[in-house]
Design a protein around this ligand. Structure first.
Ligand code: ADP
Length: 519
């Protein structure tokens, strides 16, 4: 069975191996277990239903909230030679009839539908008659009233779906689900705890930044001038902000597109196409733009103002770097943003309970803007994602907290050790000797007798290797390339050893007083 799935992955999609979580999800679905997959954007959720959809007999029904997403997905399946179609309000009634006839005849492997379709008895009657391979809820957070994109029709169709006797298995897939939303989806679709596959939310290629106290327009103009070739999205909190910023940038001949719900459908389509095709590489938009937009080369997402909650923020910011390349997520924060968001919550039609919930979420968003800790970790903690506990090292907080430290003495110790080791060993052995490690190899090579053995025992091996790599990167130590690159001294090292040159490095400050004397 596993081999069959691998085979499908390779033959249809051309991929060699599954990404984390994919194969677990597919296995469960194949054994007809209702499953929830929580994977980050770009994590490869589609494969999770496409592979079992192909492996099983019958038609896979994918419930999707967005028309643009459906068309893209269907187009890419058709391009791979897989029969697929979509049913939504964008097609004519003749076309609808034709597609329904084909669905009834079982001619499609995949059918994408909007949830509203299940309110039509004609559609439900066809569903009753065909062989269904699986039913998948894409963007499943829309099912939950706790989700930030709650769609009542997503939720209300569940009881109707359950009445259909021919659905062998349900799947739910989402990139953004808090614990509440996960529990809600589990309850609705009867998904047991052990059948929730959560690969975590971490997006290692995204660097998060918070910018405070700057004039937003000036900042954005300068950013765009410095990054003229990159594609990016600038999210504003209101249509008015989008309009104003658009005008200001267009006046300066910057190629920008604009998208918000106040524009006509034709205008929006035009803007979206020119952005997707890179004719206008920068999109200024409200949150009306983006869900289901699969543009892989978005290099940055700037939030002109703080959004309402972390769920929205992470989803919008996460539209950067879907191709896995390094990308920036910048939030321009000003205290007035809080007032604006409060006003928007107050003005909304939510009941009092829901408003309180939104205020709590807003507070977390505000905390994010004020935290001194790693921004990436803050977000992951918010989603209770404990899969990775390390600081990212690339967000504005991680970077800003680095301090320039004089490490000349440490560099001298490392260099003397390299010399004493006969310039015959690599980074990790050198670190082990300096640490005073009990590793067998040290004994084998008799390195424990050197005067530099244990000379830097107060450091961790990781800190030592970091410093050695830094010295190599700064060309203060040389390496002889080969399978096991060995460290050598060069002219710069000699200068450092003689005290003719100092070495500075950016290091994270040591949090406790205890370690101060290392520096
Ligand atoms: P998501 O819906 O989770 O945001 P997608 O399903 O759109 O992600 O997948 C993101 C990208 O990763 C797509 O280009 C997809 O073809 C690719 N992809 C998915 N699974 C794999 C895999 N196992 N190996 C290589 N690429 C993959």
């Amino acid at each position: 069975m596993i081999a069959e799935q691998q085979n499908i992955l390779k033959t249809y999609f051309g991929y060699e191996s599954f990404r984390p979580g994919q194969s677990e999800v597919i296995d469960k679905v194949m054994s007809l277990t209702n499953t929830l997959a929580v994977m980050p954007t770009g994590g490869g959720k589609s494969i999770c239903y496409q592979v079992p959809g192909l492996a099983r007999d019958g038609t896979a029904i994918i419930i999707s909230p967005l028309i643009s997403l459906m068309k893209d997905q269907v187009d890419s399946l058709l391009a791979l030679g897989i029969s697929a179609t979509f049913i939504n309000s964008s097609i004519t009634s003749t076309e609808l009839e034709r597609r329904m006839t084909d669905i009834a005849a079982g001619r499609y492997k995949f059918v994408y539908v909007a949830p509203e379709r299940f309110e039509s008895s004609v559609f439900v009657n066809v569903m009753k008659k065909i062989k269904i391979a699986l039913v998948a809820f894409d963007e499943a957070h829309c099912i939950s009233q706790w989700g930030h994109d709650f769609r009542p029709s997503y939720r209300s169709i569940v009881p109707n779906l359950k009445r259909l006797r021919n659905i062998p298995v349900f799947m739910a897939l989402t990139a953004t689900a808090t614990e509440e939303v996960i529990t809600d989806i589990q309850g609705l679709l009867q998904i047991e705890e052990q059948h929730v596959i959560n690969t975590g939310f971490a997006r290692d290629n995204l660097a998060f930044h918070i910018v405070k106290g700057k004039d937003r327009t000036t900042y954005i103009r300068a950013f765009l001038e410095e990054n003229p070739d990159k594609s990016g999205i600038i999210y504003t909190a209101t249509r008015k902000q989008a309009d104003t910023l658009f005008e200001q940038l267009e006046k300066r001949d910057i190629q920008v597109a604009k998208y918000h719900a106040g524009m006509s459908e034709t205008e929006r389509k035009l803007a979206q196409t020119s952005f997707l095709h890179d004719e206008k590489p920068v999109m200024i938009a409200t949150n009306a733009f983006g869900m289901g937009i699969d543009k892989s080369n978005v290099r940055y997402v700037i939030h002109y103002a703080m959004p309402m909650n972390i769920e929205s923020y992470y989803q919008e910011a996460g539209r950067a770097g879907r191709d896995g390349e390094a990308s920036d997520c910048i939030l321009l924060f000003s205290p007035q943003d809080i007032q604006l968001q409060k006003f928007l919550i107050e003005q909304s039609l939510m009941d009092e309970n829901a408003k309180q919930q939104e205020y709590r979420k807003l507070q977390s968003m505000v905390n994010y803007c004020h935290t001194q800790g790693c921004l990436s970790k803050f977000i992951l903690d918010y989603f209770k994602d404990r899969t990775n506990q390390e600081n990212c090292g690339s967000c504005s907080n991680c970077v800003d907290h680095l301090e320039k430290t004089d490490i000349t003495e440490e560099a001298q110790m490392i260099m003397s050790c390299v010399k004493r080791m006969g310039e015959r060993f690599g980074v990790s052995m050198t670190a082990k000797v300096l640490k005073g490690s009990k590793d067998k190899k040290i004994q084998e090579f008799n390195l424990h007798t050197l005067s530099t053995y244990g000379l830097m025992s107060a450091y961790t091996e990781k800190e030592l290797t970091e410093r050695i790599h830094f010295l190599v990167a700064e060309q203060l130590l040389a390496t002889e390339e080969g399978k096991f690159p060995t460290l050598k001294l060069n002219q710069n090292s000699v200068e450092v050893l003689k005290g003719k040159r100092t070495v500075d490095m950016y290091t994270a400050p040591i949090p406790t007083g205890e370690d101060d004397d290392y520096y």
